[in-house]
Design a protein around this ligand. Structure first.
Ligand code: ADP
Ligand code: MG
Length: 698
């Protein structure tokens, strides 16, 4: 960093060791630069005033200009307070103080003109302003411009580092820096994108001279933040693909051809074909593939995975497919074995419940190369699982796997196997670009033909009778139904329907009508779970009452109803996953979201979104708006992305733009070493130095 900007904050005029400590501990401000990048969260235009008559609580803060007409003390003892009546011509309001009366009385004069600033509160049918800020109006010395408000904490406030205090320090900082704030972006970019120079942007964001300039300053600083982030991600990706060699899988190979020509159960969708092409290109290049495959629930990712495994096989390599649950691993094993039935390919299944003897046989078969594809759960990761020549690993539903687990698969061979990560939880593009910035991304954005959109309905408790009748109707058509609950055990605090009660209720209604009901939940033994699942898959039972263990991957095309109980407790992506369990056959399918009566606005929005859209990507975008990137991606990963000013949820376009610009630059200068990029290179290094440990996140 520029030496001056790197100066410890204790050396700033007005700080000293004690305040420096608080700034560090509470706000993470260690250096001059840190303070410079501690941005206001809002501004108050000093020359804009509210009318007292119009105060209605819509604005959190108000600024008034008027006269103090009356001051009085009321109440006694601890109830005592000081009231000041304040009028501005449009109306009057009480200013209230609960302490510091003497000082206030001694300093305020009735009939003088003041500017009042504060948060109105509604109390006993009237608006008043507790502990407002007051400033006497001095004719000829009108206040102009904007006041900046800074995030602060209680401990900071005790040390005088409230918003005003911080504001003052920033003033001192600009004095001490005396314009020595170097530019970080090349002039070409600044002109092309019409960006304020860095120094101007930093000045305006702290001490703005107009609303327009606040906007321009924020834009420049967001841009800078996102641009360097993308530059970093792309550089890293470039380095990885240069360094890491992968097995060249150049031939289509006999296995693929045989399957494609004789056993492919249906024509691939256009999207499947395109994605396959992208993957083939990666595999053939001799570098290491690290690709994320996003595709909505039911878009046919498994078939793509199988075709990739066949490519490996045709190039004398083994393949592995890892799933997050045993149910899903089983299902993949059964499905894939069935598809490969007439081919000479050996597939094995390895999960937590695989018996010891079988396990040993599998270990041997993998080492000798007799087994071609291994399908399984986390059990694949164990060190005892060794391959003769593992060339490709497919990881299904990646959000269940941590970074460390993925890295473990890499080490299963001297040359790391290619990795294809498949997820049905679409991540909004802008997020993917950042969180998985060093992965390549493929998208299946098309469903196999003949799918009918799932009809989604939101119902409240008072419609329960109708719900049961509706399920009954569907069963009479020969269909099956899921009923999913968010909980396993009755929770004391929350009055949610519990799984067992629900099961009892369903049984009471449907058993006498001659229907069978299965129950599956996370606390069951894997074997029991599997048995119950299989009964449902085979159609021996008609209703499956379950917790979210069925969320991932279960495929029962005959099921046409998905009832989600206490749906308000699920996030959008989970709701969408659950809904994806139906609509897999030709029949019209229904998803019924059951909620209580009084649900939050946010929950209502989730229900409305589910009802109005079947598109996982649309839902992902709404989810991002509702929950923000941190919640969406998990705290561990979002911590790595502590952005100061840009917002991945709101600044999607800017992310895209920054990405494109960064890519264009690296296209002509992959390592950022050309003389014209010296400035960028240096600025990037400073950004990185100044960043908490980013580490590998993918
Ligand atoms: P997901 O992407 O959710 O993993 P699956 O791979 O389970 O989806 O596929 C969902 C269903 O669609 C499966 O029953 C599968 O056999 C079927 N399917 C996959 N590809 C096609 C296709 N090209 N045409 C018709 N059906 C397909
Ligand atoms: Mg799947």
């Amino acid at each position: 960093m520029n030496a001056l900007l790197a100066t410890p904050i204790a050396y700033l005029k007005g700080v000293g060791p004690q305040k420096a400590q608080v700034l560090q501990d509470e706000l993470g401000i260690f250096t001059f630069q840190d303070l410079l990048y501690h941005f206001p969260y809002r501004y108050q235009d000093r020359s804009a005033f509210h009318d007292i008559a119009l105060i209605n609580g819509e604005d959190q803060y108000v600024q008034l200009k008027g006269r103090l007409t009356h001051i009085s003390e009321i109440g006694s003892g601890r109830q005592k307070k000081l009231l000041g009546r304040f009028s501005d011509g449009s109306g009057s309001i009480d200013l209230v103080w609960f302490q510091g009366f003497q000082w206030i009385k001694g300093n305020l004069n009735v009939q003088d003109e003041y500017i009042v600033f504060g948060k109105p509160k509604f109390f006993q049918n009237n608006w008043n302003i507790p502990h407002p800020e007051l400033l006497k109006v001095v004719p000829g010395l009108e206040r102009k411009g904007f006041e900046a408000f800074y995030p602060s904490t209680e401990k900071c406030q005790h040390k005088g580092l409230h918003s005003k205090g911080l504001s003052k320090l920033i003033g001192n900082l600009f004095e001490q820096l005396a314009n020595q704030i170097p530019e970080t972006l090349p002039p070409l970019i600044c002109t092309e994108l019409n960006l304020l120079p860095r120094i101007k942007a930093l000045r305006e964001i702290h001490q703005p001279s107009s609303e327009t300039l606040i906007k321009a300053a924020r834009y420049r600083l967001k841009w800078e933040e996102l641009f360097f982030l993308q530059l970093e991600l792309l550089l890293r990706k470039g380095v990885r693909s240069q360094k890491l060699k992968g097995y060249p899988i150049k031939e289509v190979g006999a296995a693929f051809m045989e399957f494609y020509e004789h056993h492919l159960p249906f024509e691939l969708t256009g999207a499947q074909k395109r994605v396959l092409k992208e993957i083939r290109k990666d595999l053939g290049e001799g570098t290491h593939m690290n690709r994320l495959l996003q595709g909505d629930v039911g878009s046919g990712k498994t078939l793509v995975a199988l075709l990739c495994l066949l490519l490996a096989k045709g190039n004398m390599l083994q393949g592995a497919l890892m799933a997050p649950t045993e149910i899903l691993a089983n299902q993949h094993f059964i499905g894939i074995s069935e598809l490969l039935r007439e081919m000479d390919i050996k597939v094995a299944l390895l999960t937590g419940s695989t018996k010891k003897a079988e396990r040993t046989r599998i270990h041997d078969g993998l080492l000798s190369g007799e087994i071609d594809f291994l399908i399984g759960t986390h059990a694949l990761l164990e060190d005892t699982v060794q391959f003769k020549n593992l060339g490709l690993v497919v990881i299904d539903e990646q959000h269940r796997f941590g970074v460390a687990q993925r890295a473990k698969m890499w080490r299963k061979n001297t040359t790391p196997p290619h990795v294809l990560i498949m997820t049905a939880t679409p991540i909004p593009r802008t997020l993917a670009m950042t969180f998985y910035g060093d992965l390549d991304v493929s998208v299946i954005d098309e469903l196999p033909p003949g799918r009918k959109p799932i009809h989604t309905i939101h119902r409240r408790e008072n419609h329960r009778d109708k719900l049961l009748t509706f399920i009954h109707e569907q069963l009479q058509f020969g269909r099956q139904a899921y009923v999913v609950y968010p909980l396993i055990q009755e929770s004391e605090k929350l009055d949610f329907k519990n799984l067992e009660d629900g099961f009892a209720q369903i049984e009471e209604f449907f058993k006498p009508l001659g229907y069978q009901i299965s129950m599956v939940h996370g606390k069951m033994k894997p074997a029991d779970k599997e048995a119950a699942m299989q009964e449902f898959v085979k159609g021996q039972t008609h209703i499956m009452v379950a917790t979210t263990v069925i969320e991932v991957g279960v495929n029962v095309p005959n099921a046409s109803v998905m009832v989600i109980e206490s749906a308000e407790r699920f996030g959008l992506s989970q709701l969408h996953q659950l809904r994806g369990r139906v609509g897999r056959g030709a029949e019209k399918s229904y998803c019924i979201l059951m909620t209580g009566d009084g649900i939050s606005k946010e929950a209502q929005k989730r229900m409305d979104t589910m009802v109005s859209s079947n598109d996982g990507f649309v839902l992902a975008e709404v989810d991002l708006q509702l929950r923000g990137p941190g919640d969406l991606m998990g705290t561990q990963q979002s911590g790595a992305l502590a952005l100061k000013i840009a917002d991945l949820a709101k600044d999607g376009q800017l992310v895209q733009l920054a990405r494109e610009k960064a890519r264009a630059i690296l296209e002509t200068d992959a390592q950022l070493i050309a003389p014209e990029n010296a400035l960028l290179n240096q600025a990037l290094r400073e950004v990185l130095k100044n960043k908490p440990n980013w580490g590998r996140i993918s």
